[in-house]
Design a protein around this ligand. Structure first.
Ligand SMILES: O=C(O)CCC(=O)C(=O)O
Ligand SMILES: [Fe+2]
Length: 230
């Protein structure tokens, strides 16, 4: 005998409109990305970068904000071998993230996190940037390629990717960070992640007991950016 269910029955209680919906943020991650000797050579160059080329890293609109971000940045660092490798996987990255990178150009810096450093939750592109048409608005895909000595001379420093989330009720007071779910990715040597620059993410605090520059968490962090012609 089949049971019939009355689908028109009224709900016994109203639907909870303070609910938050969340959907996991897409991240494309590749471990052992470059041939090991190439990764080691990049690490060697990062770890011997001229100290006077390193400046406190700035936040998205080029401000210094030490409550938001504590790390050093080297803007002149060159990494052609990484760019060639990124070029080789860009088709798969486009498929996973659902964007087109045609007509883009990479822009990147070497970021160095040592003891106590962090980068609090942020987006690499916000809707304000897009509305104002500032330079960050040209970022189509974020990439972060990690380098460090093995075994890692630091702990912490995971990349925390928040799931995209919105309150279901537009009257709701906004979204509290505690309401957001997330996933952490370890900054493993010679791994790379790609994600959309609008995704909310952070660098968890790093503990590096030696404090030596060469023991830092190194990351080549950049974006595939639309060019003016595209
Ligand atoms: O180093 C990382 O894991 C991410 C860095 C980052 O989010 C940024 O530089 O915008
Ligand atoms: Fe970022």
């Amino acid at each position: 005998m089949t049971e019939t269910v009355d689908t028109t029955a009224a709900l016994e209680a109203p639907v909870g409109t303070h609910a938050i919906w969340q959907s996991s943020t897409k991240v494309c991650r590749v471990t052992d990305f470059l041939p090991a000797p190439t990764a080691d050579e990049l690490l060697r160059r990062a770890a011997s970068a001229a100290q006077d080329e390193l400046l406190p890293a700035r936040v998205r609109d080029n401000r210094l904000d030490t409550r938001m971000r504590s790390s050093l940045a080297h803007r002149g660092f060159s990494a052609p071998e990484l760019l060639t490798a990124i070029d080789a996987v860009v088709g798969q990255v486009e498929n996973v993230l659902g964007v087109s990178c045609s007509g883009t150009r990479p822009a990147f810096t070497l970021n160095v996190h040592n003891d106590g450093d962090f980068y609090r939750a942020h987006q690499d592109v916000s809707s304000h940037d897009v509305a104002k048409g500032v330079r960050a608005a040209k970022r189509v895909v974020t990439f972060v390629y990690y380098l460090h000595r093995t075994p890692a001379p630091f702990t912490g420093g995971d990349l925390r990717m928040y799931d995209s989330a919105l309150p279901l009720n537009a009257e709701h007071d906004g979204l509290r960070r505690e309401d957001c779910t997330y996933r952490d990715y370890a900054p493993d040597h010679n791994s790379v992640v790609f994600f959309l620059p609008s995704a909310l993410h952070e660098v968890r605090p790093v503990s590096c007991p030696s404090g030596h520059y060469a023991d830092s968490r190194f990351a080549i962090n950049g974006w595939l950016c639309r060019t003016d012609a595209s």
